[in-house]
Design a protein around this ligand. Sequence first.
Ligand SMILES: CC(C)(COP(=O)(O)OP(=O)(O)OC[C@H]1O[C@@H](n2cnc3c(N)ncnc32)[C@H](O)[C@@H]1OP(=O)(O)O)[C@@H](O)C(=O)NCCC(=O)NCCS
Length: 155
Amino acid sequence: MTRIATKDEWTQIADLTKTAYGEYAKDADPDFWAMYESRTRDLLLNDESLIRFIVLDGDVIAASAIYVPPNKNKYPEMRLLSVHQDYRNKGLANKLIEACERRAKDDGFDFMTLHTTSLMTTAKAMYERRGYERFEELDFKPVPSFTVWGYIKKL
Ligand SMILES: CC(C)(COP(=O)(O)OP(=O)(O)OC[C@H]1O[C@@H](n2cnc3c(N)ncnc32)[C@H](O)[C@@H]1OP(=O)(O)O)[C@@H](O)C(=O)NCCC(=O)NCCS
C-alpha cells in the first residue's frame, strides 16, 4: 500500500533514508557526509511542509520518498527516494515516483523536478527512462569538485 506517512512514522523514514543512502558514504568526504546525514535527518524529522510518501509491507515501511511543494522553489521536487535493500527491484520506487507526480498534478503543477548524481547510476537510468531530462538551472555544487545534477519532467 502506498500512502502519506503519519507523524509517528517520520523517525522510521529517517532511519530508512539513512540506510538506503548509506551505500554512497564510502565515495564521499567523511565531514561532508556527516553534515549531509545530519541535515537530512533534521529535515525528515521536523519539516512540516514536506509530504512523505511511503510504501508499506504490512507494518514495515519498505520505501519512502518526499514530495516538496514549491514554497521557495519554482517547481515541485521529489527528494530522498529510498527503498529498503530487501525490497529493491520490485517496482516500489516506481510507485513512489508515480505518487509524487500525481500529487504535483493534483496540486496544479505541470512539472516535477529532482536531483541526482553520477554515483546514483540505477536511479539516474530509471529517471531518464521515465522522461526526466537534465535541467542545469537546478544544478549545484555541495563541494567545489562535485556537481549535483538537476532534472525536470513535463507531467
Ligand atoms: C534507486 C532505488 C530507489 C530504486 O528502487 P527500486 O524499488 O529497486 O526500483 P524499481 O524496482 O521501481 O525499479 C526501477 C527501475 O530500475 C531498475 N533497477 C532496479 N534495481 C536495479 C539494479 N540494481 N540494477 C539495474 N537496474 C535496476 C528496474 O529494473 C526498473 O527498471 P525500469 O525503469 O525498466 O522499470 C533504490 O535502489 C535505492 O533506494 N537506492 C539508494 C538510494 C538512491 O539512490 N535513491 C535515489 C537517489 S536520486
